[in-house]
Design a protein around this ligand. Structure first.
Ligand code: ADP
Ligand code: MG
Length: 657
């Protein structure tokens, strides 16, 4: 293979400039894409668009200096019309513009003032029509880099690809040398766009093939089918659950049952809005595991949520002889040791907890079922650690953050997706309104007062960006103080991440028991807390939350028989605009799509997962069509054993997680 530094025109300085951009050999030179393309075509003199027109200079150049700006102007004749041309900071032009010289002017034409504000003046004999890639090297200009690429292309050796060329031909995608010609020396816009699509397609195809391989591997994983006594299960459901399951809940329960009885591990993602009733599905499933003689593990991202699950599970399982335990960081070391022992000897049937459950010391007798609540809060590696605590256990992931379809296919292509769409009967929409602080006292606080006087309760939430950031806590403390001043006769409580879990529990309990009217809190209440008597949620500086978080937060109210109300406080119209969709819809999926659009996938999913969806060429949201093609084609390609085996061998050899 020809070395980069041996190419003509690559001296030491150029070589180092290339190296600093990660270009170390001919393939990396060719795969270094232009940052943009500029197109030059002669046009007619049309107002309000960027024109490229031929002109004859008709007078001398006028130069004016205003502070550090140099304004160059002259008159020229274009299509028989005398117009004025203006440019800024291109002083050197005075040397090429003389009366009578023929030039091409690039710029926007203002017909009213017969003026072109030019971005470029080129002597007519030097003007070339065409498309010109731009590369953004500090020390190498575009012409030089193109010359080097042209030279490098001479030595390019076609790479081996496992993908048959018939797939690329199907879409007229160029490959090999013609791919690079289209990228670096395009003849038209279609040329390079098609070449870029080709790269995106190959990248997405590679990704979807990896996903399919993981899925195939899972399908080939064998586990001991669970032996579940159906009549006992039915008895449990009719006795323990006082309401009728919704159709979606029934479907989920059925599919989990079938999955547990199959000889491949269940791997399911259950999506459903806050309050849609996922918890009960996980309770029934844990009982299935119990009936088959196996242990279950329920992991939640926060202590408050773990405790709430613990209380729910315990109250239901108490009379069925199922032993439920809680393990979090605040369990004393003496109790922790007892729990660890009981997990090992099998006397605990269901363990519920937080990250503490990830510890190496947590060992099971026979873990058969795992529930991972709010799964997006756990990273890929953490989920792997949990799974490995059992022998090919069944796993149910649950999330209230609806994941747009493209993303879920990408991130969870190895999972069965199940959605709870219908809310349990009687759940009412939460009336949501955006207010500015001008109306805080007059409208919002007086509404809160009215609700409380009718026996209901309210949340006031202020964003907590970092649990250790004291300024956020100051802000809830201030809100609490202001409310106490304003509502002299009401009882106001304060909850934030700096409190110990015992203190947190205490304040949550006083709120549930109606011993306080208003709970001022940071976003620690985002997941979990359930007080059906609370009817108002006021969110201060609401724009600091993502849309999905706000949707989760408002799901805290309207959980009882009364309507829920949510007030989003903002300071300006930009913030209002951002949050508007929350006034318009209760549909978690639409909200999550918009959230994703506003924030991008990295922020949307959190750091742990964004790594796995960073593509070099493709953009999951803009390149939806290419993605669909790749997905379909990968399903066909994976049937070919050569391809499957190739991917099984190469699955983990790069950064893929
Ligand atoms: P999620 O975990 O999805 O946020 P939960 O499981 O906590 O929702 O359910 C919210 C509330 O709705 C709970 O009080 C639960 O008992 C109740 N619930 C769940 N399913 C039903 C149903 N099918 N009919 C009536 N109420 C239900
Ligand atoms: Mg829940």
């Amino acid at each position: 293979m020809m070395e980069l530094k041996n190419l003509k025109g690559v001296g030491e300085k150029t070589y180092n400039a290339l190296l600093s951009k990660g270009i170390k050999d001919i393939p990396s030179l060719l795969y270094n894409l232009p940052t943009s393309y500029k197109e030059y075509r002669l046009t007619r003199l049309i107002p309000d668009i960027v024109v490229n027109v031929k002109a004859i200079v008709t007078d001398t150049v006028n130069i004016m200096k205003l502070k550090n700006v140099t304004k160059v102007s002259f008159s020229a004749s274009v299509e028989g019309l005398i117009i004025k041309v203006v440019l800024f900071n291109q002083n050197y032009l005075k040397n090429i513009i003389h009366i009578g010289s023929e030039v091409v002017i690039v710029g926007k034409f203002d017909a009213r003032f017969r003026t072109i504000e030019a971005t470029k003046i080129i002597p007519a004999p030097l003007y070339k029509e065409g498309i010109f890639p731009e590369y953004n090297f500090d020390n190498i200009n575009n012409t030089t880099i193109q010359r080097i690429i042209k030279e490098g292309l001479e030595y390019y050796e076609e790479e081996y690809s496992i993908i048959p060329s018939s797939y690329l031909n199907k879409y007229n995608y160029p490959t090999g040398k013609s791919l690079f010609l289209a990228i670096h020396f395009p003849k038209s816009k279609e040329d390079y766009e098609n070449a870029l699509s080709s790269l995106k397609y190959l990248e997405l195809l590679d990704f979807t093939l990896r996903m399919s391989t993981i899925r195939k591997n899972l399908e080939e994983t064998i586990k001991e089918p669970k032996n579940i006594d159906l009549s006992k299960l039915k008895e449990f459901i009719s006795k323990a659950i006082t309401f009728e399951l919704t159709l979606d809940q029934k479907n989920a329960v059925n599919d989990i049952y079938l999955g547990m009885k199959s000889n491949h591990p269940l791997n399911m993602l259950l999506e459903g809005d806050v309050g849609s009733g996922k918890t009960i599905v996980s309770i029934i499933s844990s009982y299935m595991s119990y009936l088959s003689g196996m242990q279950s593990l329920i992991i939640a991202p926060t202590e408050a949520l773990a405790r709430q699950h613990y209380n729910t599970f315990k109250s239901i399982f108490n009379e069925f002889g199922v032993n439920v335990a809680l393990l979090t960081a605040s369990v004393s070391s003496k109790n922790r040791n007892i729990i660890l022992e009981d997990l090992k000897n099998g006397s605990i049937d269901i363990i519920i907890g937080t990250h503490s459950l990830l510890s190496k010391e947590v060992i099971f007798k026979n873990l058969g079922f795992i529930v991972c609540d709010e799964q997006h809060k756990f990273g890929v590696n953490q989920r792997k650690t949990i799974r490995e605590k059992g022998i090919n256990p069944d796993v149910l992931y649950m999330t209230a953050t609806p994941i747009p379809r493209t993303l879920s296919l990408t991130l969870f292509g190895d999972m069965k997706l199940e959605t709870i769409k219908t809310m349990p009967l009687g759940r009412k929409p939460i009336k949501t309104e955006i207010y500015s602080y001008r109306d805080y006292v007059g409208s919002v606080l007086s509404f809160v007062k009215k609700e409380i006087s009718e026996g209901r309760q309210a949340y006031f939430v202020s964003p907590l960006i970092d649990e250790n950031d004291s300024t956020d806590i100051t802000s809830v403390i201030r809100i609490e103080r202001d409310l106490k001043t304003y509502f002299k006769d009401l009882r106001v409580g304060l909850l934030h991440g700096r409190l110990s879990s015992i203190e947190k529990d205490e304040i949550i309990n006083t709120f549930k028991n109606k011993e306080i009217d208003i709970l001022v809190s940071t976003s620690v209440i985002e997941v979990g807390i359930n007080n059906p008597n609370a009817s108002v949620m006021v969110i201060i500086d609401a724009h600091n939350f993502g849309l999905s978080s706000l949707h989760q937060l408002r799901g805290r109210v309207g959980r009882g028989t009364d309507y829920g109300y949510c007030f989003l406080m903002v300071s300006n119209s930009d913030e209002r605009e951002k949050l508007k969709i929350l006034e318009e819809t209760q549909d978690g999926f639409r909200i999550s799509e918009e959230d994703l659009r506003q924030r991008g996938p990295g922020d949307y999913l959190g750091r742990d997962q964004s790594g796995s969806i960073k593509f070099k060429y493709a953009n999951l949201f803009k390149d939806d069509n290419i993605f669909k093609n790749a997905l379909l084609d990968s399903k066909e390609l994976i049937k070919d054993d050569t391809i499957l085996e190739y991917y099984q061998d190469h699955l983990y050899n790069d950064n893929f997680d």
